[in-house]
Ligand binder design. Structure first.
Ligand SMILES: Nc1ncnc2c1ncn2[C@@H]1O[C@H](COP(=O)(O)OP(=O)(O)O)[C@@H](O)[C@H]1O
Ligand SMILES: [Mg+2]
Length: 278
């Protein structure tokens, strides 16, 4: 809608993960380092926590893309499709339908799949997004399954992404063994003020526009209203651009952002939760 007006090749603030538009804040860089370390050194479990909208799923996509070679990735989310058959659930994550009708048949199908990967020199890695939604019992069963050894090596590596509650889940007494397998954990925090400014500028630049499109005070208001959470920044920045476009303005001023925030508050749809602090 406003792309032409602002001289942009595409919308700068989409609401879905876009690994091509990644802005590497210190926190995102550190999370990437921990993930890469976990993937390239052994088979221990990696855990990334962060607030809703902090960029966890975006990191997952980025990682899967950069480490395609030598790995076979599967992906699940904590809220889908588990019906009591853990092996079938894991197979589903790898895009494979369990053929048998019992858990033991699913297990032997999973074993075959994992052996094939190993023989082809590939590591099998299962990403679980929104892992805070899993039940402790399921997580423990996945661990037992993943930890079985073949030729001295665990058969499957786990990488969990989740909201801060995932930390509390993993601290449950029944997950003591699971915790011991965690080789790296990183908590992705929200942006500070200067990162919020750099983030907005980088997304506009990546869309072919003028990185200084937003006034400095406009960024201040965005940061205050969003606590530096990228998904919330995207929503406000995008709407502010619509307002600026409607007003025929070539830049986004503070009062436009203020109006966006006020309108959303009045409509009751911009309730931004304070960070829960891990
Ligand atoms: N470092 C980043 N660079 C660019 N965009 C980001 C970054 N972090 C988050 N985003 C954007 O913020 C939104 C929310 O990110 P997402 O990965 O879905 O968060 P989460 O999974 O933590 O809830 C997406 O639109 C994504 O493109
Ligand atoms: Mg996510």
């Amino acid at each position: 809608m406003y792309e032409k007006h602002f001289g942009l090749a595409k919308k700068p603030f989409a609401s879905h993960p876009e690994p091509d538009m990644l802005f590497w804040s210190d926190g995102h860089k550190m999370a990437r380092t921990m993930l890469t370390y976990g993937l390239t050194s052994g088979n221990g479990t990696v855990v990334i926590t962060g607030e809703i909208g902090a960029g966890k799923t975006t990191l997952l996509h980025d990682l899967a893309r950069r480490h395609k070679d030598g790995n076979r990735f599967g992906a699940l989310t904590g809220d889908i499709g588990y019906d009591g058959d853990v092996a079938a659930w894991i197979l589903y994550g790898f895009g494979i339908e369990a053929k048998g009708s019992s858990p033991s048949q699913s297990l032997s199908q999973l074993d075959k799949f994992l052996a094939q990967n190993r023989n082809a020199g590939r590591k099998a890695v299962l990403f679980i997004d929104e892992a805070q939604l899993l039940e402790a019992r399921l997580l423990e069963r996945v661990r037992v399954l993943a930890e079985r050894q073949s030729g001295g090596h665990p058969v499957l590596q786990l990488v969990l992404f989740g909201q801060p509650e995932l930390g509390a889940l993993l601290n449950m007494p029944q997950l003591a063994q699971f915790r011991q397998r965690v080789v790296s954990h990183y908590h992705l925090r929200a942006f500070n003020r200067s990162e919020t400014g750099d983030y907005v500028a980088s997304r506009i630049a990546a869309s072919g526009g003028n990185p200084e499109l937003f006034a400095v005070e406009a960024i201040d208001r965005i940061h205050d209203a969003t606590n530096g959470i990228p998904r919330q920044i995207n929503i406000i920045a995008d709407t502010a651009m619509v307002y600026a476009f409607a007003a025929g303005s070539e830049s986004v001023a503070e009062d436009m952002v203020k109006r966006v925030i006020k309108d959303r508050e009045q409509n009751g749809i911009l309730k931004i939760d304070p960070p829960s602090g891990l």
